[in-house]
Design a protein. Structure first.
Length: 468
C-alpha cells in the first residue's frame, strides 16, 4: 500500500514538472513516506528525519515532507518535534502535494495537511505508460477500514471505508494491461468488504456478504488480456461461500489467498475483536482451499498479544498446522497509539514474544519447505516478471507460479521471456524459492528477442523512501 502511495506521489509530482533525482543532495524536495502499523516503522522515520537535518542546514531551500500514516497520526506534532521539516501530508492529501510544495518554496510557514476526504473520496488513477508498465501492478479498490481490530492503528490513520467505483477500477486495470502489465493485485485494507451500487447485489443479506466476488467477475469479463488477478488483504469475515465459488470459476484468479488470521486462540481472537473464531476461520480457509485442487494459503500472525498464554499460542500453532499455510508473516505485538488494545497491559515479556515468534517461523518454514519439495519434478505455469540476480555469469529471470512460489529460470538466448507465462519444469527447491528449466515446447513458443536486455523485475523507485 505504501509503495503504491509513493508511486502516486511520484506521478502527481511528475505531472507538475518534477523529475526524479538519485541523490538527496541534488533534490529540491524530499518526501519520506511512512507506515505506522508497528512501532519499528516509526523508529525508522525518526532516524531518517534526523539524518536530513544537516542537509537542510546546508541547503535551506530544500522542501522536506513527511507523508503517509505517521504524518496522519502525528500532524502538527511532527513539525513541532522536527523543526527542519516543512510539510506533513496525510494519505488522503496526496493530490495537494504539488500546490503545498509551491507554497513552501514561496516561503510559507511549515504546514500539516491531514484531512480525510470522507464526503468526496478521491482515488488517484495510475498513469501507466506504454512499455513502461511492470509485469505485475497494484490497483487500489478501497481505502480506510471499518473493522475495529483492537491492536490496529489503521482505522485511525486511514479513516473509514470508502470504495472506488468498480467502473474506475476496471478502467485502470485495462490501462495497465494495455501498457504491458500481465498481473494485477487489488489493494485494500479489507479488500473483500467491497461495495458498489452498480454491481449486482450479494447473493444473501448476510452482512458478511460483500460485492467483492462480483467485482472479481466484472474484472475478469471486462479485461480479457489480464493473465492473473490477486488481491490483498481480505478479512476472514468476508471469505464467504461466494468468494470460494468465484475462485473455482475464474481461471484468472491466482490459486493462492493471503488471509490474515492473527491468532488461533478464541480467547485472544475475541480480545483482538477479529469477529471470527478458530473453527470459523478453519472452515473458511478449507472452503477456499477446496476451490482449486492446488490452492495454497498464507497468513499474518501476531504473537504476544496482551494476555496470550502458552496455551493460546499452542492454539495458534495448531491452526497453522491445520490450514497448512505455505507462507506466513509473523509479528511481535506492538502497542500502537489510539489502538483500543492500549488499554490492555502489554504483559507478555519481550523474551517470550521472541521465543514464540521463533517457534512460529520454525513451523512455517518447515511447511514451506515441505510444500516446495512436492513441486520438484512437476511442470508449472510461471509468469516471468523480470531479471533476477545473475548467478555464476548466467543471466537469470524470475517469476511466480499461478499460486505464489518464486521460480528462477535461466534467461533463454534470443527469446523474449519477460511478461510471458511459460511452462517450467521444476528441478530444485531452495529455502524460499524454486529453480526450473522451461520446457522445449515453451521455449519454441516464445517470441524472438529484439536484442534488448531484460528489464529489472523491481519497479524503478523514485527517491521517495518507503518506511514500512
Ligand atoms: N488491513 C491490512 C493490515 C495491514 S497491517 C491487511 O489486512 O493487510 C499487516 C499486518 O501487520 C497485520 O495483518 C497484523 O498481523 C500486523 N499488525 C498490525 N497491527 C499490529 C500491531 N499493533 N502489532 C503487531 N503487528 C501488527
Amino acid at each position: 500500500m505504501n509503495a503504491h502511495d509513493s508511486d502516486r506521489m511520484a506521478e502527481v509530482l511528475e505531472s507538475h514538472g518534477w523529475t526524479a533525482t538519485h541523490s538527496a543532495s541534488d533534490a529540491d524536495l524530499i518526501v519520506l513516506n511512512t507506515c505506522s502499523v508497528r512501532e519499528k516503522a516509526e523508529q525508522k522515520l525518526r532516524s531518517e528525519v534526523g539524518k536530513l537535518a544537516p542537509l537542510k542546514a546546508r541547503n535551506p531551500g530544500v522542501v522536506l515532507a513527511v507523508a503517509g500514516c505517521v504524518a496522519q497520526q502525528e500532524g502538527e506534532k511532527l513539525l513541532a518535534r522536527a523543526r527542519h521539516l516543512d510539510l506533513v501530508i496525510g494519505p488522503d492529501n496526496i493530490a495537494e502535494l504539488p500546490a503545498l510544495v509551491v507554497e513552501q518554496m514561496a516561503g510559507a510557514p511549515p504546514r500539516a495537511r491531514t484531512v480525510f476526504d470522507i464526503d468526496a473520496p478521491r482515488f488517484l488513477a495510475a498513469a501507466p505508460r506504454a512499455g513502461k508498465a511492470p509485469v505485475s501492478a497494484y490497483v487500489t479498490t478501497m481505502k480506510g477500514c471499518d473493522e475495529r481490530c483492537s491492536f490496529c492503528i489503521v482505522p485511525y490513520t486511514r479513516g473509514p471505508e470508502r470504495y472506488r467505483p468498480s467502473r474506475e477500477i476496471v478502467g485502470e486495470i485495462a490501462r495497465w494491461v494495455d501498457a504491458g502489465a500481465r498481473e494485477i493485485t487489488l489493494l485494500g485494507q479489507t479488500v473483500d468488504s467491497f461495495r458498489d451500487a452498480e454491481l449486482p447485489s450479494p447473493a444473501s443479506d448476510d452482512p458478511d456478504e460483500s460485492q467483492f466476488p462480483e467485482l472479481l467477475r466484472r474484472i475478469a469479463r471486462a479485461v480479457p488480456g489480464l493473465k492473473r488477478l490477486r488481491y490483498a488483504s481480505p478479512h476472514p469475515r468476508h471469505a464467504t461461500e461466494s468468494l470460494a465459488r468465484v475462485h473455482a470459476q475464474l481461471d484468472v484468479l491466482a490459486h493462492h489467498v493471503h488471509l490474515p488470521v492473527q491468532s488461533g486462540s478464541d480467547r485472544i481472537l475475541k480480545r483482538m475483536i477479529r469477529r471470527t473464531t478458530h473453527a470459523e476461520y478453519l472452515a473458511r480457509a478449507r472452503r477456499l482451499l477446496a476451490a482449486r485442487a492446488d490452492m495454497t494459503m498464507s497468513t499474518d500472525i501476531i504473537v504476544g498479544f496482551p494476555g496470550e498464554t502458552d496455551r493460546d499460542f499452542e492454539a495458534t500453532l495448531d491452526l497453522v498446522r491445520e490450514v497448512g499455510f505455505t507462507g506466513l508473516f509473523g509479528f511481535k505485538y506492538s502497542p500502537r497509539p489510539f489502538a483500543p488494545s492500549l488499554k490492555l497491559t502489554d504483559d507478555v515479556p519481550e523474551e517470550t514474544k521472541s521465543e514464540r515468534l521463533a517457534r512460529l517461523f520454525d513451523l512455517a518454514e518447515g511447511q514451506t519447505r515441505a510444500h516446495l519439495a512436492t513441486l520438484v519434478g512437476t511442470t508449472q505455469h510461471v509468469l516471468v516478471e523480470g531479471a533476477s540476480k545473475a548467478l555464476a555469469g548466467r543471466r537469470l529471470v524470475e517469476g511466480r507460479t499461478h499460486r505464489n512460489e518464486i521460480v528462477h529460470v535461466e534467461e533463454p538466448e534470443g527469446r523474449a521471456i519477460i511478461g510471458e507465462i511459460v511452462d517450467v519444469e521444476i528441478v530444485r527447491a531452495n529455502k524460499h524459492s524454486l529453480v526450473g528449466i522451461p520446457t522445449a515446447a515453451a521455449l519454441e513458443a516464445l517470441p524472438r528477442a529484439d536484442g534488448r536486455a531484460a528489464p529489472n523485475r523491481h519497479r524503478r523507485m523514485l527517491p521517495l523512501l518507503s518506511g514500512s
